[in-house]
Design a protein around this ligand. Sequence first.
Ligand SMILES: Nc1ncnc2c1ncn2[C@@H]1O[C@H](COP(=O)(O)OP(=O)(O)OP(=O)(O)O)[C@@H](O)[C@H]1O
Length: 296
Amino acid sequence: MTQAVLQAEGLTKRYGRRVALADCTLDVPPGRVVGLVGPNGAGKTTLLQLAVGMLTPTAGRITVLGDRPGAGPVQLAKVGFVAQDAPTYANLSVEDHLRFGAHTNPRWDQTLADERTAQLGLDPRQKAGRLSGGQRAQLALTMAIAKRPDLLILDEPVASLDPIARREFLSGLMAYTAEHRTSVILSSHLVSDLERVCDHLIVLTASRVRVAGDVDELMGTHYRLTGARRDAADLPAGAEVIEHSAAGRQSTFVVRSVVPIDDPSLSVEQLTLEDLVLAYLSRTAAPHRPELETAR
Ligand SMILES: Nc1ncnc2c1ncn2[C@@H]1O[C@H](COP(=O)(O)OP(=O)(O)OP(=O)(O)O)[C@@H](O)[C@H]1O
């Protein structure tokens, strides 16, 4: 499959005068595990709900797997979605959920659903309302996976899991997606959750995409520069400053540059993915009042 998984152009969602997502342009290639990272209220859920057709844009456009989100049964069957609170039916048992999934999804894989619930140790007769938060998240993921979607969209899937369950959930997800070549978009507040599993990253803060791209490409174009105190204007040409700090006689910059930095007066270091994300987060940490953003 070579078709883009998600394309957005000028995508904007407003609730009254409140801007939840502003002028978002993205082009996510197929076969990626995409980490969507940003603080509370950044617009992650809004973007994911636009991608599954639960919300419609105020302006701009979005296509998922080449079609309008929620366009019809074929499109719906291609996308698996687990919402933030991993909704399940409290009075239905685990096996009732799987039966419901089998009835409502044309590509349903019962063997996969049975194997996964057995592996997780979920009792098929247990009512979903009596499962722990983490078990409910796993049941909701099982339902989404057994649909055999081309794209799996998970809104903060590890939020309710303890550290060990987080690791197991993510490594299980990786094994599944590698085997079935499923594209995944998953959101989190924390890049540390996603660092091991993502090969594409979108950083969203205050309703806007700050950086997006394949992790390899991002890691190869961002640097930490340290040297004698100086202004950003004195950095090599082409270096875009993402973050700048100064202490005593020393300046430190996080920069993006497509050409290697060749300046003997600067020490040049690679960043970790977490450092890179933190630089973009701190760049936009200034107080933001989305309700005051002018309607366009
Ligand atoms: N139904 C709604 N009505 C009004 N404002 C909303 C609604 N849903 C979201 N918002 C606002 O849109 C902005 C983005 O919210 P969104 O839920 O997309 O953020 P998020 O990044 O998913 O946050 P979190 O990490 O806390 O889940 C926030 O300012 C939020 O208050």
